[in-house]
Write a protein of this length. Structure first.
Length: 341
């Protein structure tokens, strides 16, 4: 989610975790300690929040000491899901009950003693962890990855599980919680629910660590030319958008091409030209809809603007042709930012 800073009113992407009695927020998902925590006891929530005219899908959490905290989701359903769960947690506190959101851990009945974060650290150990390999399948080379069978083998040999069936449950939880990522059609199809288990104990199902150096190389039809790194992967979406320039703040029409591996959004001169004018690296970015901007008074921007904030906090503003097209771009970019490298 985007969180508004308390001092300078700036908005920054944060990894937000809802607990039984509070909300923790981290600068990055992998961080071990939070940047802050908001207690839920005595808190109230307001949604939709109209305090910020140019920002959509904002909700306000007012703590017991009457301190306001503002969060922005990427789209309506995401905001409503957060508000619904936070309200439930507050009700449970008021009623003396224990809040329990439906979780991957409970759905696959993992022991509460298992620490997925600590296990992930062990799996990445350079000497004793899972070895990252270069694997080839269907004329594509997957770098810095490993097979599903290797993961289960490691869990069993490391005494993390008693047998391969328990290993599947644990690996599925690691996958669902984002500690493992699927690479290739076989593992991705299983993760999307097209198999009996989200994780596959197979030698042709590939996975990788989300913060590793994973990338995929595709070969041409002649089977001898490797594509450039920024142009690997499948085109997820393409089309023309208005883009605001960073220096003069002027708006120009650009052709955008969204690729999933690596996670890049390239933009081109719509009049032609094979070389891109620039690229936005999407891994770890946040994308949100915005209503208006001070620099867009000359344009018809009725619910069609959106903003991309990259991992290094660079802001890009785009204008779609319609609200439907904007929603499509936001969802496509979100997916690539989460799963691409």
């Amino acid at each position: 989610l985007l969180l508004q800073g308390s001092m300078f009113n700036t908005w920054k992407p944060m990894w937000v975790v809802l607990l039984e009695d509070g909300i923790e927020f981290y600068k990055r998902k992998a961080d071990s300690s939070p940047k802050g925590m908001i207690p839920l006891k005595g808190s109230s929530i307001n949604s939709p929040c109209q305090d910020f005219g140019r920002r959509m899908f904002v909700f306000k959490l007012t703590a017991a000491k009457q301190q306001d905290h503002f969060f922005q989701a990427a789209y309506l359903e995401e905001r409503d899901a957060w508000v619904r769960d936070i309200k439930k947690a507050i009700r449970c506190i008021d009623g003396g009950q224990r809040f329990a959101r439906k979780s991957t851990r409970k759905s696959i009945r993992l022991p509460e003693t298992i620490n997925l974060s600590a296990l992930y650290t062990s799996m990445k150990d350079p000497e004793k962890g899972i070895k990252e390999l270069k694997l080839e399948k269907d004329k594509r080379v997957y770098n810095h990855c490993f097979t599903g069978t290797c993961v289960i083998d490691w869990l069993v040999s490391n005494n993390s599980v008693r047998n391969r069936r328990e290993g599947l449950l644990l690996a599925s939880s690691l996958l669902s919680e984002g500690y493992l990522q699927p690479a290739g059609d076989t593992s991705k199809a299983a993760a999307e629910g097209l198999s009996d288990t989200p994780f596959l104990d197979l030698s042709d199902a590939y996975y990788y660590f989300p913060d590793s150096g994973f990338f995929c190389e595709g070969y041409s039809s002649d089977d001898d030319v490797v594509l450039k790194e920024e142009f690997r992967g499948t085109i997820v979406k393409q089309g023309c958008l208005l883009k605001q320039g960073h220096r003069r703040k002027n708006w120009k029409v650009r052709k955008f091409v969204l690729r999933d591996d690596p996670a890049y959004l390239h933009y081109y001169d719509p009049a032609g030209g094979e070389e891109p004018l620039g690229a936005i690296h999407l891994r770890g970015c946040v994308v949100t809809a915005v209503e208006d901007m001070p620099d867009t008074k000359k344009y018809d921007v009725d619910n069609i603007l959106f903003e991309i904030i990259t991992a290094n906090e660079t802001h890009y503003y785009m204008q779609a042709a319609s609200s439907t097209e904007r929603s499509e771009w936001i969802k496509a970019i979100q997916t690539v930012a989460r799963t691409g490298k």
